[in-house]
Design a protein. Structure first.
Length: 387
């Protein structure tokens, strides 16, 4: 049975009577450590698959990933079982904050996906795809922990003032980055450089990115909220692009089409930060009293700016000048055959005609408007969370 505790409001656990100069509660840092561990683990795990193959379940990246479930689940259990005095939701006889229940569900989903993933590989063999059923269960768990952490942080941020509010706003922007990362990263296989001249590529980004960027900017009330969010993601991905190849590794599974002697990182980050800057500049000059009018401006602004920088940059990524440690266009997974467009440095023909290309571009424009509108509604809802 799920229901709200009746009668009087109660402050969320950990925030009652907290002075403006207080430190951030330990459970918030626990959630931050959890999502950071998962972000490192997922990126490292994808690199492991591209470099070595899935040789065993007990790899270091997997341990980083599932540490997220342990930390997030532990903090949630504390808030539900011990922190009941600040409860806002009743579920199956337990009282606790909504964010804690959401993160607890995510931890269960994550840890349940581990044996499911192991069984999947034993039953169906190795996969080279991100979007497999056990991976989707894992992704839902990761996203749930991120949302739970966001809710708990927002409850304190929206009630706080002074230095504590500024600290919690920084935590919120970091957690927003993690939501943006998993939202965009889920479609990584469709956003590789050989697809960057397709309308489908821009349709995916128009749907996935503005909703998070606009929501983070609106909820944080930070002048550069979207830019900071996209910038953190860009720097995180760029650092791993430069760090992972420093470590030696080689394939343990076949067939091996590409010679590999070190970890293969994920591609150079998408230039989403350019669209984020445009959104922040627009929001600072535009008071969205009429949400759809604001969305009608924000969506196209993001899409046009992102397209203007990503399209020519895709040409650069296909050129010999990008095949170095800075841009990493020469890193290819061992299982990619020589005939693949990535190896030939050629753009894939995703759309079969110009009519299909432009119709998808029109869908991307409309999708960006809807995404921005949903982000505005989501951000305003988050800005009202107090418990």
């Amino acid at each position: 049975m799920i229901g709200h505790i009746p009668k009087r409001e109660v402050p969320i656990a950990g925030w009652a009577g907290v002075p403006a100069t207080a430190a951030i509660p330990w459970h918030i840092w626990c959630y931050v450590a959890a999502v950071a561990s998962a972000a490192i683990g997922v990126t490292w795990d994808i690199s492991w698959h591209m470099t070595i193959g899935r040789d065993t379940f007990w790899t270091p990246p997997h341990m980083f990933i599932y540490l997220c479930g342990v930390l997030g689940g532990g903090a949630s259990a504390y808030l539900i079982l011990i922190g009941g005095a600040g409860a806002t939701v009743r579920m199956w006889g337990f009282h606790g904050p909504l964010g804690a229940f959401l993160a607890a569900w995510g931890a269960v989903a994550m840890l349940s996906s581990a044996p499911y993933d192991d069984w999947w590989h034993n039953a169906y063999g190795l996969d080279t795809k991100i979007l497999s059923p056990p991976h989707m269960v894992l992704a839902l768990g990761l996203l749930s922990i991120r949302f739970g952490a966001l809710l708990l942080t927002l409850a304190g941020m929206n009630r706080a003032s002074g230095e504590l509010k500024r600290k919690l706003t920084r935590v919120f922007l970091f957690l927003g980055t993690m939501v943006l990362g998993i939202t965009v990263g889920t479609f990584q296989e469709l956003t590789l450089r050989n697809y960057m001249h397709s309308a489908r590529f821009y349709l995916i980004l128009a749907l996935a990115a503005p909703v998070v960027l606009v929501a983070v900017r609106e909820a944080s009330r930070h002048q550069w909220g979207a830019t900071i969010c996209a910038g953190i993601m860009f720097c995180f991905q760029l650092s791993l692009l430069w760090i992972l190849p420093l470590f030696s590794a080689e394939p343990k599974l076949g067939p091996v089409y590409q010679q590999v002697a070190h970890f293969i990182p994920q591609p150079f980050p998408l230039l989403i930060v350019a669209g984020a800057v445009a959104l922040d500049l627009l929001r600072s000059r535009f008071q969205p009293r009429r949400p759809w009018i604001y969305a009608a401006a924000a969506g196209p602004v993001f899409l046009v700016v992102f397209l203007a920088v990503q399209w020519p940059f895709a040409d650069f990524l296909m050129s010999p000048a990008s095949r170095n440690w800075v841009f990493g266009a020469h890193y290819n997974a061992y299982f990619i055959p020589p005939s693949h467009d990535l190896i030939r440095n050629a753009f894939s023909a995703v759309e079969t005609s110009s009519a299909q290309f432009w119709s998808r571009m029109a869908m991307a424009l409309l999708g960006a408007v809807v995404s921005a509108r949903l982000g505005l509604a989501w951000g305003r809802w988050m800005s009202r969370i107090r418990r």
